[in-house]
Design a binder for this molecule. Structure first.
Ligand code: GDP
Ligand code: MN
Length: 378
């Protein structure tokens, strides 16, 4: 789950990371009022769950409440990378001397979290990572010991931070680690962490990703979920307990089991196709769950064919077949569908689908090839 900048910064500040004064607004007049309260220059920041807002024109400085209102009107009417802006954060503007990058993520290969820092922070950090990766300093964190003081000192020294800031930097690094750990995050990032002209370290931006599998123990974080900002299909899928991720291809996939879903996607690619989604209907999926899954897949207008790859175990193929039939009644699909049913009650399942105008396949390779062919209009 992605958190907004304002949410991430609120969490950071609970762990003693200094953030600018400010509040979030849903209308331009609210933005004006916040600017009046703050006094002086403010920055108006679009709150959308994508990066690169600055480059897209979603971050603007305002010299007074009038201009704040005017810019908020503009930004609230924007769409950034396809996402409509529904809120803006109005923060006290900072006078920036230097922009630093500081982030923590999981390094799966090392099986540990890793802290990354760079003196070349700011909106071009991705480019820095590609062209001059040596400018990004890394330190692995032992999850049991936590971030050690010597590690933050090492990082501070490696990014050539003046000694005057080491104490504060250490507190911020520690705070970021504590926030990361306590929230079961998979990313906690401050970009930029700035040195201001009046010699303070402040987290100007914030980003957090929370591990969905840990959300059950974070009711406070679950409340922060902004469903307005998700693909509606993903919200719908969550409601039915389906693991669904929308992708850019044109072959819809309905599969039971995450590993089988990944394999199916791989095999589709092997035969030159592109999956439109990852979808795991889970074990023992009932007919109504299957119907929901089909609706979700077919809502995507990119989908030119659907592949059903069901390996019956706990999931019974006849149940899945009933779900497919129920959903076909309801959504009247116009795209060709390829189905492969094997395992528990496969024969009963196939019998149910015999008159359903579907392309059948015996093996996954066969099914994938047929799906790729019909998606291409063959
Ligand atoms: P992002 O583009 O989505 O990463 O949004 P950021 O919050 O990181 O803002 C992008 C850039 O806008 C920053 O790197 C800064 O250069 C600039 N910026 C953001 N807030 C302020 C501010 O308060 N004062 C000034 N002068 N620049 C700011
Ligand atoms: Mn940023």
């Amino acid at each position: 789950m992605k958190l907004h900048e304002y949410q991430s910064k609120q969490i950071f500040s609970k762990y003693s990371v200094p953030i600018p004064k400010g509040r979030v607004a849903a209308t331009a007049s609210e933005a004006r009022q916040i600017a009046e309260e703050l006094g002086g220059r403010v920055v108006i920041k679009s709150q959308v769950l994508v990066g690169g807002r600055g480059k897209a024109g979603g971050i603007k400085l305002a010299k007074d409440p009038n201009e704040a209102e005017q810019l908020a009107t503009q930004i609230l009417a924007m769409e950034i990378k396809g996402l409509p802006v529904r809120k803006v954060l109005v923060d006290e503007a900072a006078a920036i001397e230097q922009e630093i990058y500081l982030g923590i993520t999981n390094d799966r290969a090392a099986r540990k979290p890793v802290m990354m820092a760079s003196a070349a922070g700011g909106v071009d950090i991705e480019e820095v990572a590609v062209t001059t990766p040596e400018k990004i300093i890394k330190a692995h964190i032992d999850p049991l010991l936590g971030l050690r003081d010597y590690q933050s000192r090492d990082i501070a020294a490696s990014i050539d931070l003046s000694r005057d800031y080491w104490r504060d930097f250490g507190k911020i690094a520690k705070g970021l680690w504590e926030a990361y750990k306590a929230s079961d995050a998979t990313l906690a990032e401050i970009n930029p962490l700035v040195i201001t002209k009046d010699k303070r370290l402040v987290a100007l931006d914030g980003k957090m990703l929370i591990d969905d599998n840990a959300l059950f123990r974070h009711p406070d974080l679950v409340e922060m979920r902004d469903t307005d900002e998700e693909a509606p299909s993903e919200t719908e899928a969550r409601k039915y307990g389906l693991s669904f991720i929308k992708l850019d291809g044109n072959i819809g996939c309905m599969v039971n089991g995450a590993g089988l879903a990944m394999t199916s996607m791989d095999v589709i690619k092997l035969f030159g196709g592109e999956p439109a989604n990852f979808l795991d209907i889970g074990g023992g999926a009932s007919a109504d769950k299957v119907a929901a899954a089909m609706r979700i897949i077919l809502e995507d207008s990119n989908v030119k064919a659907v592949l059903y790859n069901i390996f019956g175990g706990i999931t019974r193929c006849d149940e899945v077949a009933k779900g497919i039939l129920a959903a076909m009644e309801e959504v009247k699909p116009k795209v060709p569908m390829v189905v492969r049913l094997v395992g528990t009650n496969a024969l009963e399942g196939r019998a149910l689908l015999a008159n359903a105008n579907m392309i059948t396949a015996e093996t996954l390779a066969d099914a994938a090839q047929k799906a790729v062919a019909v998606a291409k209009g063959a």
